[in-house]
Design a protein around this ligand. Structure first.
Ligand code: C2E
Ligand code: SIN
Ligand code: FE
Length: 410
């Protein structure tokens, strides 16, 4: 049974279902877990949240008349075993450590996807099994550090948008799968579905796809055929899973039933297709496209929050925000000290205190020698006050500042 209790009444052995209040502000990447020790308890108390939901079927109940009603040992055992056996073979590394490897993977992936999609365009049967090692590599990079590859794959040229978009959506699907608790096999399937979701764009004339301006109604009708066109290509392909077929056909459906091609609504849309919709739009609007320059990651999350009601599944969208973070790698932020900084890494401790690289003083209007600051550490004595638009500050080397790489990954 779910019970809402004061955070002060939480005890080791209780199963925390969710912290109340602003879910953006508490420092947990995964919100439901068994409270195993005093350290977990302290982290919850430190978050400043006042109330929480606990699940008394999975852990201890609150004390009733001085007696703690204990959950069955078996229930607790199950939870502990689940936590202990979650495969964490891939060790987490910093963005800095991952970025060079991620750039190589991006370059390779771009080649592979463009030749796979070109063959599909020419009517050759697509072989998804060939792409499995690639999905594995992308997924391992994301598990080592999600920020590196996801942020690099945002950088696209107008010619390679569709290919790099596929790579990016693959990576985002992997990160989101982990966040919603899918197992390794499902995570891999979701990644593959992300890679293949837009293959139907190969059936759309490139002068429409690359049109610098708004589409006419007739052109948009053509574009709206891409999920079904892609679905047909995948049906003819080899080694394509049901998940990939479904995500390809339904990634443009919306929760309120206004999407296409089938105007599915709410629970008629599968989990994977809902995930695909969120990842697709995030990467689309954070990227420069022929018809529009990309918004910053934080600005994009803000806009998606506004749209989320009719378009996205709210639960999936919240999980997505947790998986990419409030301040994704590459975001430009203004600190309390008046300095501008770029986010270089997320820390698992808190979504609100990433590692940043400080590089400009808005007070003296001068560039500073770049310096890394871990905002989760008290000695940093600084904090983020706002997201900033790189265009407004005329910061042209943001990418180089966080990644050390300039220009799209090749
Ligand atoms: P895409 O560029 O990959 O965008 C994928 C989806 O992201 C869009 O699906 C839409 O749901 C979302 N999205 C992208 N940009 C915006 C935006 O500025 N505002 C909002 N609210 N959502 C956005 P949608 O609309 O079904 O478009 C499918 C595809 O049609 C796009 O894929 C793109 O290839 C093409 N397209 C859409 N609008 C235009 C346009 O004005 N000009 C050109 N050249 N292509 C367009
Ligand atoms: C914004 O998203 O507000 C612009 C800067 C960024 O986050 O990259
Ligand atoms: Fe699409």
């Amino acid at each position: 049974m779910l019970k809402r209790i004061a955070v002060a009444d939480l005890r080791v052995g209780m199963y925390l279902q969710e912290l109340c209040g602003s879910w953006l502000e508490h420092p947990f990447w995964k919100s439901s877990f068994l409270i195993e020790d005093a350290k977990d308890l302290k982290r919850i108390l430190d978050s400043g949240v006042a109330e929480a939901w606990i699940d008394t079927d999975k852990g201890f109940d609150v004390a009733v008349g001085g007696q703690v009603k204990e959950a069955s040992d078996a229930a607790i055992e199950r939870e502990l075993v689940k936590t202990a056996t979650q495969p964490h073979i891939v060790e987490r590394v910093s963005t800095e450590q991952e970025v060079a490897r991620a750039a190589k993977i991006c370059g390779k992936a771009r080649q592979a996807v463009s030749s796979m999609f070109r063959e599909a365009r020419m009517g050759k049967a697509l072989d998804a099994e060939n792409a499995l090692p690639l999905v594995e590599e992308i997924s391992n990079s994301v598990l080592r550090n999600p920020g590196a590859l996801i942020s690099l794959a945002r950088l696209k040229t107008k010619d390679d948008y569709t290919y790099m978009h596929s790579v990016a959506v693959c990576a985002l699907m992997v990160a989101l799968s982990r966040q919603v608790g899918l197992d390794e096999a499902q995570t891999r399937e979701a990644g593959m579905a992300g890679l293949l979701h837009d293959v139907g764009k190969m059936a759309v004339p490139s002068d429409i796809l690359n049109k610098p301006g708004k589409l006419t109604d007739a052109e948009f009708t053509t574009v709206r055929g891409h999920p079904e066109a892609g679905h047909l290509m995948l049906l003819e392909g080899r080694g394509v899973s049901d998940v990939s077929l479904d995500v390809c056909l339904h990634h443009h459906e919306k929760m309120d039933g206004s999407g296409y091609p089938h105007r599915l609504a709410g629970e008629q849309i599968s989990l994977f297709a809902k995930m695909g919709a969120v990842c697709d739009v995030y990467d689309a609007i954070t990227s420069d496209r022929p018809y529009k320059i990309g918004w910053g990651p934080a600005e994009s999350l803000r806009k998606m929050t506004e749209w989320s009601k009719g378009h996205f599944d709210e639960h999936i969208f919240k999980a997505f925000v947790k998986s990419v973070g409030i301040y994704p790698v590459g975001s430009l932020v203004l600190l309390k000290s008046g300095r501008l900084a770029v986010v270089v890494d997320q820390t698992a401790q808190s979504l609100l205190t990433p590692k940043v690289k400080v590089f400009y003083s808005t007070k003296s209007k001068l560039r500073l020698t770049p310096e890394i600051l871990d905002l989760s550490r008290p000695e940093a004595r600084d904090k983020i006050v706002s997201h900033e638009d790189p265009v407004k500050w005329e910061v042209r080397d943001l990418q180089f500042l966080w990644s050390g790489v300039s220009g799209p990954a090749r």
